[in-house]
Write a protein that binds this ligand. Structure first.
Ligand code: NDP
Ligand code: GDP
Length: 338
């Protein structure tokens, strides 16, 4: 008999990939989703695992709901992927973000502590916790400096996991994951926003798109590979925290340029700051315009991870790097919109 795993955030990008990965390993996978009037299981459907996951209505805002779920389904491993995960929204909904992304973790840990402190617990921490970075590249030892309500909430989730490990001997691991993307990424995140818009422009369904800060740099990896590290952490003899990254940083501008390159267009940039426009080198038509509405009250300029610990201790390494990732995403959006 395989082990039982419970995943919160099953309807999200990582939830779908992790479910697929664990099913392939022989796990019985329970997936928690919050009640909505129109459920969104498209990611599980796209990966062909919708029928293989047992879906449970579970909200991480409700502790009793979590306790009853753990008691009834007896998971041996719990992956807490649920969050209000979008930085931009966190500035407008800081309290809700705190309830879900910060206190939600304590609710999960309390349920583990009450029902079975032997449950292995994974917390989805984030490179956003490094924010205004104190050193480059960032490791497990780099001091944190969150720059958004989302990052501050994740930092709380990170430390409460460490605290339950030290106070109650709970096998809790925090994966400090750098940005990871895929064709299943939410459309509001910059990579998928670009791949979708470029595909639309290719088919003549759209003329241009609007963007915020193009000089921000991220260490972007492939989500399908990053969820493997989440599982690996829980298979170690002792619970610890790990940075998961690719060790390469690229700008939003590079992401845009490479996406257009894939459909045979070269971008020429003119103007500065909010006036900047990217045009088609052949036709002169504007394809990208800056709109300050996408600027953030406080920006994270550069994230770059050092994944040495994950490589040496978990044997984990990224295989897909920047250019291939851009191509995987744009190709899928071109197929979708055909
Ligand atoms: P998504 O935004 O795609 O998924 C978030 C999930 O959380 C969704 O399934 C969402 O449900 C669910 N959720 C939100 N609120 C609740 C709630 N109250 N109760 C139960 N479920 C809830 O994120 P990703 O899959 O990309 O990321 C997974 C985790 O990893 C998140 O915690 C994210 O913050 C973190 N992370 C992600 C990184 C990345 O680059 N992708 C980097 C570092 C950390 P619904 O579909 O109903 O909205
Ligand atoms: P984040 O790193 O979790 O905030 O992931 P995002 O994909 O949301 O943003 C990555 C970077 O892209 C940030 O520095 C954003 O400010 C920048 N960015 C520039 N324009 C946009 C945009 O239109 N949408 C989003 N989501 N981000 C943008």
């Amino acid at each position: 008999m395989g082990k039982n795993a419970f995943i919160t955030g099953i309807t999200g990008q990582d939830g779908a990939y992790l479910a697929q990965f664990l099913l392939n390993k022989g796990y019985k996978v329970y997936g928690g989703y919050r009640r909505t009037s129109s459920p969104n299981f498209w990611r599980l459907e796209e990966l062909g695992v919708f029928k293989d996951v047992e879906l449970l209505e579970v909200d991480i805002l409700d502790t009793g709901n979590l306790i009853r779920t753990f008691d009834r389904y007896k998971p041996e491993e719990v992956y807490n992927l649920a969050a209000q995960s979008f930085v931009a929204v966190s500035f407008e909904k800081p309290v809700l973000t705190g309830e879900i992304t910060a206190i939600g973790v304590t609710r999960m840990l309390e349920a583990v502590r009450i029902v079975n402190p032997g449950i292995k617990f994974y917390q989805a921490s984030s490179s956003e916790m490094f924010g205004k970075v104190q050193e480059v590249p960032q490791t497990e030892k780099t001091p944190f400096y969150p720059r958004s309500p989302y990052a501050a909430a994740k930092l709380y989730g990170h430390w409460i996991t460490v605290n339950y490990r030290e106070s109650f001997n709970i096998f809790g691991c925090s994966g400090i994951l750098f940005n990871h993307e895929s064709p299943l990424r939410g459309i509001e995140f910059v990579t998928r926003k670009i791949s979708d818009a470029v595909a639309r422009i290719h088919y003549g369904k759209q003329e241009f798109f609007e963007i915020g800060s193009m000089d921000a740099k991220r260490d972007w990896g492939f989500a399908k590979e990053f969820v493997e590290a989440q599982w690996m952490m829980l298979q170690q003899p002792a619970p610890e925290d790990y940075v998961v990254a690719t060790g390469e940083a690229h700008s939003v501008r590079e992401f845009i340029e490479h996406s257009f390159e894939y459909i045979g267009k070269k971008i020429v940039w003119k103007g500065k700051g909010p006036e900047e426009i990217g045009s088609d080198s052949k036709t002169g038509k504007p394809l990208v315009k800056v709109n300050p509405k996408f600027f953030r009250p406080a920006e994270v300029e550069l994230l770059l991870g050092d994944f040495t610990k994950a490589r040496t201790r978990l044997g984990w390494e990224p295989r897909v790097k920047f250019k291939e990732l851009v191509e995987i995403m744009i190709k899928r959006d071109l197929d979708r919109l055909k």
